[in-house]
Design a binder for this molecule. Structure first.
Ligand code: SF4
Ligand code: SF4
Length: 96
């Protein structure tokens, strides 16, 4: 699941620079998470970095964006600019 920021956010600015996917930005009143870019930090860290640093614990998972670890990893790969990484092709023509 992507995460989201509730209206308890105090705009302390500390989460934005911690996001490895540039998923956090200032919204109209409080910070927001772009669900299309949030991987729950899968691919980068073991724990969601924004949750680790938020002083008021206002970043729960977003039930509107249920995703499995596999889907989150696929999102991570797509954000890295590679489609589903074409794993190293086995050499079909070994040198004779
Ligand atoms: S969980 Fe990770 S990827 Fe998602 S918004 Fe927080 S820091 Fe960014
Ligand atoms: S760390 Fe928490 S309180 Fe601070 S800006 Fe981010 S969501 Fe808001």
């Amino acid at each position: 699941m992507a995460l989201w920021i509730t209206d308890e956010c105090i705009n302390c600015d500390v989460c934005e620079p911690e996001c490895p996917n540039q998923a956090i930005s200032m919204g109209v009143e409080i910070y927001e998470i772009d669900a299309g870019r949030c991987t729950e930090c899968v691919g980068h860290f073991d724990e969601p970095q924004c949750v680790q640093v938020c002083p008021v614990s206002c970043i729960p998972v977003n039930p509107a964006h249920v995703e499995t670890k596999v889907q989150l990893l696929a999102k991570y790969h797509s954000l890295q600019g590679g489609a589903a990484s074409p794993a190293a092709e086995p050499c079909a023509h070994p040198t004779a």
